[in-house]
Design a protein around this ligand. Structure first.
Ligand code: FRU
Length: 526
């Protein structure tokens, strides 16, 4: 049976590769009227059972993936587009891959949405539901989905032109199934800035206009438009604040509420220059008035301190909820991680919130409640003295993904060890002396593919409460740490030679866990 499935999978892979070569680089445009979108198949070309294959995180069936793109909720469906190169497991001519989900957790793979064309590769961007048909793309009362993305011209880029990245649009009248590129692309031409990309567009209701937040090398530029086609520069900011260890990329702008007060969040991804090396997501809090963003702060805050969340942005069209997804890798080593058929995954969806610690607004991240559909029956334990606590004895060995949550009213240093029989391990914990959370993957298995991959990473504890809570989302090749109601976050990937199947909790001090909950989690692919 398995052999038959594998044979079918192989035929599907070959068929989809062939289709992609025939129709590649040929999205429908308004001029041509042809249909170039049909390429990859919606059948699984993988059994999602390969070593290191994430079981509760989105990953492509095959080939290379980076940033999440065009995340929009529309007509009861979550769309996830992503930077995709279908012909290799390393970065190359970028397409927009596409998947949809009804519940944010289980995904259906769809044909590639956008192909490279004569204007270039399809780099990162966003998508909106144009329910008022401001763009005029709608037909017969059907609201268009409009994708706003960067066209990256590789020839001009090679010639070191500063004009090789421009913003373009495409629309869909069948709920995202097929896409037509606008005939007059690009809609926003480059004024001569080397890195001019990753448009994130939202509807700004007070002025009834679209706002585009664009990464422009070392700062952010805001544009506005009545119709997604004509864009006017509003303002720019950022050269003199925040982290500048690398290029500013993939921004986002949205409001969050705190005690009835609206605070605007400006996300700016940065590569390199992250707090634990390589790429990472910083954010600023402030006010936005439709023209300018006035920051409350000039220091850098990181949305996730781990090395493996990047290019993270939020869903459009989800009302007051802000749902965030990042690429679960790092440009330092994303292209050499030891997976064969595909490369990389997305983080779990996270719900963003806002808290005030002292006089600072901090963005919190928590696993979206939708994830709970994957929970199996929990093991619940109370009043544990965690001097050397063998959790596996209570729960049995891990056979796949799991969720571990606990609370403590007496915080001391502690270490949670995930390990296998070969003594490969990932250490996760809290160090009281430095007041840091940490994840240490020094001895986590395959580490030699990148100098510096083996290492220990830290995140400051921001909470000043005596109580502490932690949730770990553990998958075959990753762990995501959410501490103190989402105030301290870390994401880390690893590649053990066999599954990390045991969990031990140890503390040199008198660490007490008041309550603990453990769930095995079901795979999203079965
Ligand atoms: C971020 C990024 C974006 C760009 C895309 C290209 O990871 O560099 O700035 O649009 O990836 O794939």
């Amino acid at each position: 049976m398995i052999r038959t499935l594998k044979y079918i999978a192989l035929v599907v892979i070959l068929a989809s590769c062939g289709a992609s070569r025939q129709t590649g680089n040929s999205n429908t445009t308004e001029q041509s009227g042809g249909n170039g979108a049909a390429s990859t198949t919606s059948l699984l070309s993988s059994d999602y059972n390969e070593p290191h294959r994430p079981q509760i995180h989105f990953s492509p069936q095959k080939a290379w993936m980076n940033d999440p793109n065009g995340m929009v909720f529309h007509n009861g469906t979550y769309h996830l587009f992503y930077q995709y190169y279908p012909d290799s497991t390393v970065w190359g001519p970028m397409h927009w891959g596409h998947a949809t989900s009804k519940d944010l957790i289980h995904w259906q793979h769809l044909p590639i949405a956008l192909y490279p064309d004569s204007l270039g590769y399809i780099f990162s961007g966003s998508a909106v539901a144009d329910i008022n048909n401001t763009s005029g793309f709608g037909r017969a009362g059907k609201a268009p989905l409009v994708a706003i993305f960067t066209h990256h011209d590789p020839v001009k880029a090679k010639a070191k032109s500063n004009y090789h990245q421009n913003q373009s649009i495409a629309y869909s009248l069948d709920d995202g199934k097929t896409w037509t590129k606008y005939a007059n692309n690009p809609v926003l031409k480059n004024p001569g800035i080397k890195d001019f990309r990753d448009p994130k567009v939202m509807w700004y209701e007070p002025a009834k206009k679209w706002i585009m937040t664009l990464a422009t090398l070392d700062h952010i530029t805001f544009y506005s438009s009545p119709d997604l086609k004509d864009w006017t520069k509003e303002s720019e900011l950022g050269k003199d604040f925040g982290a500048h260890g690398g290029v500013w990329e993939c921004p986002d702008l949205f409001p969050l509420q705190h005690n009835g007060q609206k605070v605007w969040i400006l996300i700016v991804n940065l590569n390199p220059g992250g707090p634990n090396g390589g790429s990472a997501t910083q954010y600023f809090t402030g006010q936005f008035n439709g023209h300018t963003f006035t920051p409350y702060q000039t220091d850098t805050r990181w949305l996730d301190y781990g090395p493996d969340e990047y290019a993270g942005i939020t869903y459009e069209n989800t009302g007051d909820r802000k749902i965030f997804l990042g690429w679960m890798s790092n440009w330092k080593y994303g292209q050499v991680v030891p997976t064969e058929k595909w490369r990389s995954a997305m983080t779990v969806p996270r719900e963003l919130g806002l808290e005030k610690v002292g006089d600072k607004y901090l963005v919190t991240s928590r696993p979206s409640p939708e994830l709970n559909v994957l929970n199996s029956k929990p093991t619940s334990l109370q009043n544990i003295s965690a001097t050397n606590f063998n959790l596996t004895k209570e729960t049995g060995k891990l056979k796949g993904p799991a969720r571990l949550s606990f609370t403590s009213d007496k915080l001391e240093s502690f270490t949670i060890t995930l390990s296998n029989d070969a003594n490969e391990k990932v250490l996760i914990g809290y160090d009281k002396a430095s007041n840091n959370y940490f994840i240490d993957r020094t001895n986590s298995g395959k580490v030699s593919f990148e100098k510096g991959f083996a290492g220990r990473h830290t995140a400051p504890r921001f909470s000043t409460s005596a109580n502490m809570d932690m949730t770990l989302i553990i998958d075959n090749a990753s762990v995501e740490l959410f501490a103190d109601n989402g105030l301290s976050i870390m994401t880390e990937i690893f590649f053990p030679n066999s599954l990390l199947s045991s969990i031990n909790i140890n503390s040199p001090g008198d660490f007490k866990i008041s309550s603990l909950r453990f769930n095995n989690m079901k795979s999203i692919w079965r």
